[in-house]
Design a protein around this ligand. Structure first.
Ligand SMILES: [Zn+2]
Length: 437
């Protein structure tokens, strides 16, 4: 089965690789400024590189005097250097390189303050020392990994040497469907294909470079028992989003209102005169007027975390924490609860959780509905609540290509984050300008 899939997708995989290469070549050409080219030409000489590392507390002056024995040249280099980088910010543990010709004449100096920057002072064709701060281009690689949940998803990903950001990015894919604090079970399996950016080490052009940051998660799969969810990243023009295998958006929404109501009797406000208490206090929800007994439904999938009675306020109420644990909703003044509603009970969007009533502080039958984001009440009528549209018919063929490619990569994901074979990651433009022996 797996072999069959792999066989089927080999061709699209090659296409994808070619596409990535093409995109790289295109972006490389775009950012290849002619000015740079002209500057780089005279430097195509062979230099000898002498590498070293700043010791703690060591100054640029001390290093240069030790390595080049020439006071005048050292001063010249320091002056140039200081024009693009604060010499006091040199750290004792960072490397540097001295460039000389075969006769031992010093032509330049490089210092690497961090993985993405190079401070370079180099003699140009006219013999003048030119300082510059060079941004090391990042190389984007596509990686994949798979693992099994032993305790939590967090522990599993951490144990592979990956960091919090990747876990957060992966759990974002399924934020509307899986509560990663509650749902994962021992034996669950996850797979992901993701991008990571590396900086080529200018002093070690042969190395793979240093990991800088994660890019986008291109696809993710979560298997819990027989349930498998797959999310694929797909871009249409400027906008991208995650879709399931059929091309339906993973972006879920809260219902605009959790019942069929007649009217809104009270809007969300920071301060209003309470009709019974006759005092000004904030109304941190929306009151929907409806006939007693009107069914009230869950606004989105979640778990009932509170069910109770509050005589001086909400009356019969329930609180649902949603799959995306950032959000919770509260339903108050209920005349009764829906079938099977109990603390710890999972509910799905549109499950009946209760019925409109007038329990607690209520002048007439209505639903008091509150929406919390990160524990803070927000106006449920104002939340950004756009359900993602499915892939349009005209994009379906392209989507299928991406789907086949990603499924193959997911299926072949290794047990550690490894670069995906067959996916070509390009190196940045004009990168290794510095010649090397
Ligand atoms: Zn209310």
């Amino acid at each position: 089965m797996k072999k069959e899939i792999l066989h089927k997708v080999r061709y699209p995989l090659l296409l994808a690789a070619a596409a990535i290469l093409a995109v790289w070549l295109w972006t490389a050409r775009k950012s290849d400024r002619p000015v740079e080219q002209a500057e780089l030409k005279p430097r195509e000489k062979i230099y000898l590189r002498r590498e070293g590392t700043f010791r703690p507390g060591e100054t640029l002056e001390k290093v240069l005097l030790r390595d080049i024995y020439d006071r005048v040249l050292a001063d010249e280099l320091i002056q140039g250097f200081a024009r693009v980088f604060d010499v006091r910010k040199i750290r004792g543990d960072r490397r540097y390189t001295i460039l000389t010709d075969s006769a031992g004449v010093v032509h330049g100096f490089e210092y690497y303050p961090d993985a993405v920057k190079t401070v370079r002072v180099l003699r140009d064709s006219t013999g003048v020392l030119q300082p510059e701060l060079v941004q090391v281009p990042l190389i984007k690689r596509t990686l994949a990994l798979t693992g099994e949940v032993r305790t939590t998803l967090y522990d599993a990903v951490k144990a592979m040497g990956e960091s919090d950001e990747l876990i957060a990015a992966f759990s974002d894919l399924f934020q509307w469907d899986i509560d990663f604090f509650v749902d994962p079970r021992v034996g669950d399996e996850f797979r992901m294909v993701y991008e990571a950016e590396y900086a080529l080490d200018p002093s070690r052009p042969d190395s793979l470079g240093e990991f800088i940051r994660y890019g986008r998660v291109l696809s993710g799969q979560y298997r819990s028992g027989s349930a498998v969810r797959t999310a694929l990243y797909f871009e249409q023009g400027e906008r991208g989003g995650y879709y399931d295998l059929e091309g339906k958006s993973f972006q879920k929404t809260f219902l605009k209102s959790p019942l069929n109501y007649r009217r809104i009797s009270s809007h969300f406000s920071g301060g209003r005169r309470h009709p019974i208490l006759k005092i000004v206090r904030p109304h941190l929800g929306v009151d929907f007027v409806a006939a007693e007994g009107t069914p009230v439904v869950a606004a989105a999938d979640g778990v009932v975390i509170e069910k109770g009675y509050e005589g001086g306020g909400l009356g019969n109420f329930i609180r649902i924490r949603h799959k995306n644990p950032r959000f919770a909703t509260v339903y108050g003044h209920l005349s009764g609860f829906g079938p099977g509603i109990a603390i710890g009970q999972s509910v799905q969007q549109r499950d009946v959780v209760g019925y409109v009533g007038r329990t607690g502080l209520a002048t007439g039958p209505h639903l008091h509905y509150c929406f919390y984001e990160n524990g803070r009440p927000v106006n449920p009528l104002k939340i950004k609540n756009s359900s993602g549209d499915p892939i349009p018919a005209g994009e379906m063929e392209r989507f299928k290509g991406v789907r086949e490619e990603q499924l193959a990569l997911l299926a072949a994901a290794p047990r550690r984050g490894e670069e995906v074979p067959g996916v070509i990651a390009g190196t940045g433009p004009g990168h290794m300008a510095m010649p090397r022996l």
